[in-house]
Structure formats: structure tokens, C-alpha cells
Design a protein around this ligand. Structure first.
Ligand code: ATP
Length: 131
């Protein structure tokens, strides 16, 4: 089965670099299932799981924002944060969810509200992947 090189990079580190069979992401315009020889494309990513198929196994990462760059046989995800399912701290994500929900229920200005909404999305994404 043919492969493509998938790299997932954050400002802190290279989280992932492997030859894989398929990667699924949630782009700005919806779900994208990427196989080798996909047409070149750059698009923003939503806060969502990234699902990787490799040698018949499936791996999931929590990715928060950033971009995906698709080339013929290489895909690069530049994300604000990315964690492999096994690296997600569930208690931390639950605490972050609680904090965000409290901020959303308090009457604050719009910037704080938007920030809390994004924090809630990140926490829910991590929780759903971990569970
Ligand atoms: P928190 O409020 O818990 O800091 P956050 O959504 O604000 O959550 P981010 O700014 O997205 O956190 O991430 C900061 C760093 O912490 C990143 O390196 C990210 O990978 C890591 N991180 C955040 N939450 C978790 C988690 N639940 N488990 C593992 N790593 C996490």
C-alpha cells in the first residue's frame, strides 16, 4: 500500500513524522480524507481530531488550529498544539473545560468570551479523543 510522509509540528516540537497510508482532518470547509497523490492544497484547520491510518492501525491526535499543507507525497500540519491520544491529560482537559464554562456563564467582554469558547473547544476535543 502506498504511503505519504505526515509531519505534525507545533511551535514547541515536532509531534509526529511517519510514513502513513491516510490522514483525515477537519479543514475550514469540512472533512478532508487525504491519500497519497492528493492534489496540492493549503487550508486552515479547525479544533478537531486528526485521524491517521498506518499499517492497518488507527491513531488519533488532538489538534488545535493551524494549517495543513498537502503536497504530492508529503503532508505537513502546523498546529498551535497537538497531542497524541496517549499524551492527553484527561484531568487537565476536564479542569480546562470547567474553567471555560464558568467564563462563558459570567458576563464578560467579547474577547474574553471568544477566548473561553476556543478553550472549551480544545478541552472538549481532548476529552472526546481520550475517552
Ligand atoms: P489548559 O487550560 O489546560 O492550559 P489550553 O487549551 O489552554 O489548556 P493550550 O494552550 O492548547 O492549552 O496548550 C498549551 C500546551 O499544553 C500545549 O503544548 C498542549 O499540547 C499542552 N496541553 C494542553 N492541554 C493538555 C492536555 N489536556 N493534555 C496534554 N497536553 C496538554
Amino acid at each position: 500500500m502506498s504511503t505519504l510522509l505526515l509531519e505534525i509540528v507545533t511551535p514547541e516540537r515536532k509531534v509526529y513524522a511517519q510514513e502513513v497510508n491516510m490522514v483525515s482532518v477537519k479543514g475550514a470547509d469540512g472533512e478532508l480524507g487525504i491519500l497519497p497523490n492528493h492534489i496540492p492544497l493549503v487550508t486552515p484547520l479547525r479544533i478537531a481530531p486528526v485521524v491517521i491510518k498506518k499499517d492497518g492501525a488507527t491513531e488519533t491526535l488532538a489538534v488545535s488550529g493551524g494549517f495543513i499543507e498537502i503536497r504530492k507525497d508529503k503532508v505537513v500540519i502546523l498546529a498551535e498544539s497537538a497531542e497524541l491520544a496517549g499524551d492527553i491529560d484527561l484531568a487537565r482537559a476536564e479542569a480546562s473545560k470547567e474553567r471555560a464554562e464558568q467564563r462563558l456563564s459570567a458576563k464578560r467582554d467579547e474577547v474574553d468570551y471568544r477566548r473561553a469558547e476556543l478553550a472549551l473547544q480544545r478541552a472538549l476535543n481532548r476529552i472526546s479523543i481520550k475517552k
